[in-house]
Write a protein that binds this ligand. Sequence first.
Ligand SMILES: Cc1ncc(COP(=O)(O)O)c(C=O)c1O
Length: 472
Amino acid sequence: MNHHHDSPFTQDELNRLSQSDAELLLHPASSIAGLLDQGPQMMHKAKGCVIEDQHGQRYLDAVGGLWCVNVGYGRQELAEVMRDTAVQLGYYHSFSNASNPWQVALAEKLLTLAPDGLDKVFFGNGGSDANDTLIKIAWHYHTLRGKLNKVKVIARERAYHGTSISTSSLTGLDSFHTGYPLPLDFVLRTHNPCAYTEQRDDETSTEFCNRLINHIAHLIEQEDADTIAAFIAEPIMGAGGIVVPPDEYFPRLQALLKAHDILLIADEVVCGFGRLGHWFGSPIMGIQPDMISTAKGLTSGYFPLSAALISNTIWDVLKTGSEQLGAFSHGYTYSGHPVGCAVGLANLQLLENEGLISRAREQGAYLHQQLREQLLPLDVVGEVRGMGLLAGIQLTSDKLTRALPAPSEKWPLRISQAIRQRGVIVRPLPSVATLAISPPLTISRKQILQLVTAIREGIEEFEAALPASELQ
Ligand SMILES: Cc1ncc(COP(=O)(O)O)c(C=O)c1O
């Protein structure tokens, strides 16, 4: 770690701030009672794949923040561009035809990298608002074509599309609905394509895929295609357990949706910008989406920025609509933020110039090979899933029946704590009994070995302490 940039906080200040944290802050996806009890995990510096907490403890961050720090921490290049743009302009809005050169330069670059058929871009602040934007565009598109009833959106169980009121409705994890009047009723739900948990013993992969697609076909028939605007899906599901669908799933889904004039939105918030060893997940998963949402890796997390991409076909309809209706009445104060767009452009250049996309493919193959070799022999590991530098470790209490451990036993949390004690951070996904890994794309082979070893040892320690009653 770079010692020239010491923390601006003294150790005493760090201790004091860490004490006040739980008294003052509401943390995302955290229990207030739990935070008051345990205190925060406060991070105050980082370099490459390594972060340091308030006690000076260092960790290999195998999650890349929240699957976003693709170029690694502490990048001077991004800091300089951020500083220069802040000094030169700082901020200007994009409402009512206003613009800045950075957002246009980023749009130009982004659209050369985007999958074929994605031709126009809208900038926002994060993944949730990118998905909000695309749902509104889908509604607007259908309305302008006289299809006023095309309003519903199909999303999948265990999907994660954000936590705004509309996107937490699309998110298919119960914990994001409990305690709120959610999901809103524009959302229709279909199955999750995870073979490990959903495929029946007497089903082949093709039969499983047939059942998934048939469910969607029935849903469309039952609800009436004229009431359905869009289908939203992550190419590989992230927070829902790193779920890779059967090979034929997306091509078949795509044909079905096309036949019913239902738009396909690919949520590439996690998969985009090299995570899977490709610029985007859609092309390798056999998806030709009408729209794509991106965020996270777009700036490697250095600035809150999202990009919602749409096809020329949709844009043409919106363009004609603007001749009748005037403004596209949507947008955010920080849409096209010059500092964010400058950082985004510099980040894409780093990904490109350092060959980080193909590196993710190569290091990813090594990561998956090591994970399989070292973890599959363990009693509680059912499967290793994913692609590139995105991996999920499925925990099971019974390898034969593929039973998941009881959520109340908190296996993912307990195991991730044992791994953390070995200096490595992985992400527990409690509702799906999975550990998630998505390190910076700069991770070295040595660090991959360190990470896999820490996971193996953490799980071994956990297994050794497990009462026989928890293992079937
Ligand atoms: C696939 C996916 N979509 C959308 C989001 C929401 O992004 P944000 O938290 O930036 O609103 C996330 C966040 O993890 C995500 O994983």
